[in-house]
Write a protein that binds this ligand. Sequence first.
Ligand SMILES: [Zn+2]
Ligand SMILES: [Zn+2]
Length: 240
Amino acid sequence: MKTDCFASSSSGNAYKVSSNTEILLELGIPVNKIMKGGSLPPFALLTHEHNDHAGFWKEYAGLGGKIITSKGTADALGGGDCFMTIESFKAIQVGGLEIMAFPVVHGVPEHLAEQGERAVADPFGFLISDGEKTLLFATDTVNIFYTFQGITNFLIECNWDEETISPSTHETHLAWAMDSHMSLKTCKEFLKRHTKSAEEVILCHLSAKNARPEKMAKEVKAIVGVPVGVCGKSGGIKFY
Ligand SMILES: [Zn+2]
Ligand SMILES: [Zn+2]
């Protein structure tokens, strides 16, 4: 099971999992940047409706792509035949992959809610299994309140680090990060419960200002003891 990153940040996200079947994770950048001359996987998973994750769903649907997501996310995006909605903890089969969704927590901070920002409808994380390996994909969530058995691969948000807060970060932006994105501390606590089965950890959706990739990778590696990669804002994964 291989994970590719095409973009990873609050300005755009797209990843691909390749095993016996290829599947896209998120559609937050133009589709031609995902294809890069290659073929386009026929299915994509969406965690939630924010633009940096779903902004290019219409372009993908126009090319015949099917989008697997929660009913809440599909409705928030306007719905349509391209959506295949799934419920949490009910596995479905896509080619040779078994996909199961679980609820995550992606709040809207008070100051943005007051300005009319809608609550996120029904955000999901996903477990993707090919029968041999299982990938957990979770981003834009303050925490994951579950412990899963047998997760070998992780593509998990590590957005901010309380020891790396840039003084230039506006306090409302910081409140937003703290209410809706996973910190290094939380990410480490979650991974600590999953070290038995972990074989590879990739950190994604890092804040530009409040995260140091190498520091995060080293601290995570000290816990999991397996290769730890960090997704680049414009794609690629650097392993430490
Ligand atoms: Zn995001
Ligand atoms: Zn989001």
